[in-house]
Design a protein around this ligand. Structure first.
Ligand code: 13P
Length: 252
């Protein structure tokens, strides 16, 4: 099964509009001729429209970092999947561990968000990952399994074709402590198995991206693993050279 590698820069809470457009422009210009990798960037909400305009006509896709599950209504502060589509997004990250950790997001909410994304024509990037405590206690697979079950509840084969899963071990995020290729592949293979159980053959086509201290110098070994089909990049996505070094991992 050939899966086109999916590399997404998650800019988190960084960069104003001008800085975002500048970085997006550098990425767009460099990615132009690259066809064997799908590149996506996820700026802050306030920069989405301007970055989306700048990316028009390029192969770089726009992602949001979160969405709400209702289309509209009295929900102060929220942004719907439809509005994200309106400003040019084609992907949305849901269930990032920082949302789970700092905003109390549970699998049931992640599930609603992913469903709302699909209904609005967006492709959800559903994040899962264990904490250091859970890994040390031997609970990694149980945790990942529960997150997948809760987040993907009610999803059928049609949804599977649109999904990206991101495995982001919390202990590897922003710590410089990357999971070894072997550690990551072990969990990715487990995720693949679960996806095939839920979606049959379609589970084979779902890309499973790894996130957690991905850098230009470790991207290649990670992405060469059979079930690692991409990367969700935080810190290293904030500098064009670093991010492009990951995008061009094959030549690294
Ligand atoms: P870092 O690459 O900074 O570890 O962040 C990973 C991440 O959370 C991407 O979503």
């Amino acid at each position: 099964m050939t899966r086109v590698p999916f590399i997404c820069g998650n800019w988190k809470l960084h960069k104003n509009v001008a800085e975002s457009v500048e970085l997006a422009t550098a990425i767009k210009n460099a990615v132009g001729p690259i066809r064997d990798v799908e590149v996506t960037i996820a700026p802050v909400f306030t920069a989405l429209y301007a970055v989306g305009k700048r990316l028009e006509g390029s192969s770089v896709a726009l992602a949001a970092q979160d969405c709400f599950w209702k289309s509209d209504g009295a929900y102060t502060g929220e942004v719907s999947a439809e509005l994200l589509r309106d400003v040019g997004c084609s992907y949305v990250i849901v269930g990032h561990s920082e949302r789970r950790q700092f905003f109390g997001e549970l699998d049931a909410a992640v599930n609603l968000k992913a469903k709302a994304a699909l209904a609005a024509g967006l492709r959800p990037i559903v994040c899962v990952g264990e904490s250091e405590r859970e890994r040390d206690a031997g609970e990694t697979f149980g945790r990942i399994s529960a997150q997948l079950e809760g987040s993907l509840e009610g999803f059928g084969q049609e949804a599977a074709a649109k999904l990206v899963i991101a495995y982001e071990p919390i202990w590897a995020i922003g710590t410089g402590r990357t999971a070894t290729p072997g550690q990551a592949e072990e969990v990715h293979a487990f995720v693949r198995d679960r996806l095939k159980k839920q979606f049959s053959a379609a589970g084979d086509s779902i890309r499973i991206a790894y996130g957690g201290s991905v850098k230009p110098d470790n991207a290649r070994l990670l992405l060469e693993q059979p079930n690692i089909d991409g990367a969700l990049v935080g810190g290293a996505s904030l500098k064009a050279d670093d991010f492009l070094g990951i995008v061009k991992y094959r030549s690294g």
